[in-house]
Design a binder for this molecule. Structure first.
Ligand SMILES: Nc1ncnc2c1ncn2[C@@H]1O[C@H](COP(=O)(O)OP(=O)(O)OP(=O)(O)O)[C@@H](O)[C@H]1O
Length: 929
């Protein structure tokens, strides 16, 4: 007797709540018998959850009686029951799968009456019943496994209901054993229900079905069954679950019993109960084999997928295991060799090593935090997130330059030299820095200060910051706060957040490595509004000398001393800086450059750096003064020099291209070169270009051979003159700001201030129509509210002045006036054009043009008083650019004007006035026009 135990693949592949797991116990001799009718096959099904239900079956000999023993009971059973004896049988409902002939199946019988009847039949030596699969409740998807359909729920059905739900075709089942409510069945032959005889328990009349006759030697049937067997063999290769029972069956089968092969395939496949029932109902052997083949083919596909999944899992696990093993080995080896202690200790040692040089300078509270964190790290699991947080935190703490200062320069002369070396002009800024250094020298230490450089773009605010750092021998760090809305950018995130980072200041200190850098905070006027906090307030804490000695970054959580840091801020529009911040700053205005200054900057700084950047030698290029002047006057009129720098770069790039092209044209053709290179490889032929004459005057075709390095140097000089300037930079973009050669009646030049610097602007007034006694004023030119009000005031003041000067002139009372300020696309606002508007209106009323080349600016009150304005330097520069000779400023701005550099004031006739009457005299006196 051979006992084979294996879990079936089918039920394991598709977890089915109560589906049985197949176990095969078989007698091989029985399978190899030549007469299939005599063969005794035993395929035994036991409940997966009930291992104890395993039954050992012993098959003895070839007689028509086989003894089946269970561990609790045994029964002598007729092996080939006479159909006549069993025309009426008890109907056993099978909830999960049909019972195939030749298979064992344990079931639970919950119906006590049925169980009693079964026991009774065993006692009567006729232990047979009909086993029929129960149909699913109507509407149930057959492919879905129903866990709810249990013996218990079937038991609840009435006899009639149960009968209606039984499949018609079932199996004559021998009751092999009964143990409690567990009944072991052995399938014999197919039955078909004809009618119900009794309801309780359900007893039915049946027909015994026979397979349709088939030709054993039919090739198609043979082939199909071979295919089933070979597929089963394939399944063996892929599915270890099937291996035992299927292997034995297919290996030892010699006399093919085709119907049995079909039943076997279907029984052990993972097909759903309806598919199995279909196989059971099929009496045509060939058709049955085909159905089974389909089911086992499906099975092989499933096992293949399962196998590939298993393989992948195995590979992954193996790779991981291997890595772990190697890591462990590595650790063990290192420990053994004493190369390294374990990771954590090594890490802590490294942190301590890095801290050591700074330990003395490190504040005690910081040292304490570091030590606490180091000991905490020893207790943490290296793979935990907390460990990483602590490690990063320690890294930041230790990286900061606690008490590390760069040797500050207090040498005023040297600082002056450095500042002059980098920037032309900017006297006020330079003076302020020198004062700062001088104070530092006298005190023996410098104090943290906030300097704010305000001015239009491109005037060198950022670059002077870098230069100041160099002059003072401080490290330089720049960050822009334009559009900054997140307070955490300045104050850092709390460490509890994932990916938390310290703020910009801590990052700065780590980057520069000293505690006294120069920090340039760019675009402070463009600071964002912020959400969940106000960035301006955070900056205040950072910049305020009162508070920043103990600046607390959220991430670092220990105070850091920023009092030695020199803060320099830059802004385009100073009044846009939040007031509390502005209060703490020392504003130095950089107004912009006049043409003269621009020429100096271009010659001494921009040209030099651009030439070097382009790799051009000074002797290879000449930009004439006229060209430079034309470039500044016609292309780069704005206050800063960034645009000028771009144009110079453009010119030099073009020059570089010309030089390279020239060099390429002067080089010999490839053929010639190979000839000349035949004996002396490093020599090329060039023509010395500076002279118009050939090198060898006797024979112009003869060339001189010089080494290649020298050859590349010998090139033509490129001359940039005002005549060929457009070839380099295109057509001029600026046309004269003078719209009028001679200002007509009703037109006066004013001076405006913008974020880009100052600019001249015309104010034009004209009479629209006569409006007897209904004088009104209409304004255009995108004027803001303040400017509109200013125009209304000007209208009233002009009217009263005219009344005073020409009492008979009723122009204002009888005219509809239109005041316009050209460049209508640009919005304008502010009160400083008040005096210009009055003058324009008076000029129209008196039909008298104003003095030539006159510009004015000043706010006017209703009584004609002139109030001060801003941007004196910008406006003066703009007036000069506009070719103005006479400027009228409010008296209150006298000091601003006097502070201007002499070259800015040079050649200007400037008048300071308190009252409009003075302007009237200046504008309308004389008959120059
Ligand atoms: N007085 C000067 N001497 C030499 N170079 C100058 C001078 N002023 C400006 N520059 C040069 O002009 C260029 C632009 O300057 P920078 O970027 O510092 O302008 P900015 O005022 O900071 O402009 P923004 O407000 O747009 O930031 C720089 O290359 C700088 O070296």
């Amino acid at each position: 007797m051979l006992k084979l135990l294996s879990h079936s693949s089918s039920s394991c592949l598709r977890p089915e709540a109560s589906s049985p797991v197949l176990r095969v116990l078989g007698s091989l001799t029985a399978l190899t018998r030549p007469n299939p009718n005599l063969a005794r096959r035993a395929f035994f099904c036991s409940d997966a959850n009930n291992e104890d239900g395993a039954v050992e079956i012993e098959f003895r000999g070839t007689g028509n009686v086989t003894k089946a023993e269970s561990n609790s009971s045994s029964a002598i059973m007729p092996t080939n029951p006479n159909p006549e004896d069993f025309l009426t049988v008890l109907a056993l409902p099978l909830p999960h799968r049909p019972l195939f002939p030749g298979f064992y199946m344990p079931i639970y019988v919950k119906d006590p009456k049925l169980l009693a009847a079964l026991q009774e039949s065993r006692k009567r030596q006729a232990p047979y019943a009909g086993a029929f699969l129960v149909k699913d409740k109507p509407g149930t998807d057959p492919s879905m496994v129903s866990g709810s359909e249990t013996e218990k729920s079937i038991h609840d059905l009435t006899g009639k209901e149960l009968f209606n739900r039984l499949h018609e075709v079932g199996t004559l089942a021998q009751i092999s054993s009964i143990q409690g409510d567990q009944v072991v069945l052995i399938g014999h032959r197919r039955l078909r229900i004809t009618e119900m005889v009794d309801e309780d328990p359900v007893t039915v009349k049946v027909d015994h079905l026979k397979d349709k006759p088939f030709d054993k030697d039919d090739d198609v049937i043979k082939e199909t069954s071979f295919e089933v067997i070979s597929t089963l063999r394939d399944v063996l290769k892929t599915s270890c679950l099937w291996r035992d029972h299927a292997q034995i069956y297919t290996q030892h089968i010699s006399d093919f019993n085709f119907p049995r092969i079909a039943d076997f395939g279907a029984a052990i496949s993972g097909a759903n109960k309806l598919q199995c029932q279909q196989v059971l109902e099929e009496l045509d052997v060939y058709e049955r084999l085909k159905l089974t083949l389909e089911l086992v083919k499906k099975e092989i596909e499933i096992s293949k997928i399962q196998e590939s999944l298993m393989k992948k899992m195995e590979e992954k696990m193996l790779a991981e295991q291997r890595r772990n093993l190697l890591n462990e080995q590595l650790k063990a080896i290192k420990k053994e060799l004493g190369v390294e202690a374990d990771d954590k200790t090594a890490l802590c040692d490294k942190f301590r090593e890095r801290l050591e040089p700074n330990r003395e300078k490190c504040p005690p509270n910081v040292l304490q935090v570091i030590e606490e964190e180091l000991s905490k790290m020893q207790l943490l699991d290296p793979s935990s997130s907390e460990f990483n947080v602590t490690r990063n935190y320690l890294d930041w703490l230790i990286s900061l330059p606690w008490g590390n200062y760069s040797d500050e320069n207090f040498d005023v002369l040297w600082a002056q030299k450095v500042l002059d070396e980098d920037h032309y002009g900017l006297t006020e800024v330079k003076e302020r820095i020198l004062e700062f250094i001088a104070v530092g020298k006298l005190r023996g230490m410098s104090e943290g200060k906030i300097i704010c450089l305000g001015g239009p773009p491109g005037v060198g605010k950022t670059s002077i910051g870098r230069s100041i750092a160099r002059a003072m021998n401080r490290n330089f760090f720049r960050f822009s706060v334009g559009g900054l809305t997140d307070v955490a950018e300045i104050k850092g995130h709390r460490r509890t957040y994932i990916g938390a980072m310290p703020g910009k200041m801590v990052q700065c200190l780590k980057t520069v490595g000293t505690a006294n850098p120069l920090v340039l905070i760019d675009e402070i006027d463009k600071l964002g509004r912020g959400h969940g906090g106000d960035p301006a307030s955070a900056l205040l804490e950072l910049l305020d000398p009162e508070q920043n000695a103990n600046f607390l970054d959220h991430y670092l959580d220990v105070p850091i001393d920023l009092s030695k840091v020199l803060f320099v801020c830059t802004a385009n529009i100073v009044h846009m800086i939040p007031t509390p911040l502005l209060d703490r700053m020392e504003v130095v205005s950089i107004a912009g450059y006049i043409t003269d200054e621009k020429i100096h900057i271009a010659r001494e700084y921009l040209e030099k750096t651009t030439r070097e950047a382009c790799g051009i030698e000074p002797e290879q290029v000449e930009v004439t003064d006229a060209a430079l002047l034309a470039l500044i006057e016609n292309y780069c009129r704005e206050s800063g020099v960034r645009n000028l720098q771009k144009h110079i770069e453009k010119i030099y790039r073009k020059i570089a291209l010309q030089l390279v092209r020239q060099g390429a044209a002067d080089e010999p053709a490839v053929g010639d070169q190979t000839q000349s290179l035949s004996d002396e490889p490093t020599v090329v032929e060039v023509e010395v270009a500076e002279s118009d004459e050939p090198v060898n005057s006797k024979n112009p075709r003869e060339t001189v051979k010089i080494p290649e390095s020298e050859a590349t140097k010998t090139v033509k000089k490129v001359l940039v003159d005002s005549s060929n300037l457009p070839d380099f930079v295109g057509k001029p973009v600026f046309h004269a700001e003078h719209i009028y050669e001679l200002t007509p009646v009703g037109v006066v030049m004013g001076l405006a201030w913008t974020a880009m610097g100052g600019c001249p602007l015309y104010i034009e007034t004209t009479q629209v129509e006569q409006a007897q006694g209904k004088g009104v004023l209409q304004v255009t030119g995108q004027l803001g509210d303040v400017m509109r009000e200013s125009a209304q005031i000007a209208h009233i003041v002009a009217r009263s002045i005219l009344l005073d000067k020409e009492p008979d002139n009723a122009f204002f009372a009888d005219s509809r006036l239109h005041l316009h300020i050209p460049a209508g696309a640009i919005p304008k606002d502010g009160p400083s054009a008040g005096c210009t508007m009055i003058t324009s209106m008076l000029s129209l009323a008196m039909k008298k043009p104003v003095k030539k080349d006159l510009a004015m600016t000043g706010e006017v009150t209703l009584t004609g008083r002139i109030l001060p304005i801003g941007g004196v330097k910008e406006k003066t520069i703009a007036a000069r650019r506009g070719g103005v000779k006479t400027i009228i400023f409010p008296s209150a701005n006298t000091r601003d004007y006097e502070e201007l550099a002499p070259n800015v004031k040079d050649g200007l006739d400037v008048h300071f006035v308190d009252d409009y009457s003075q302007i009237f005299n200046l504008a309308f006196s004389g008959d120059e026009n």
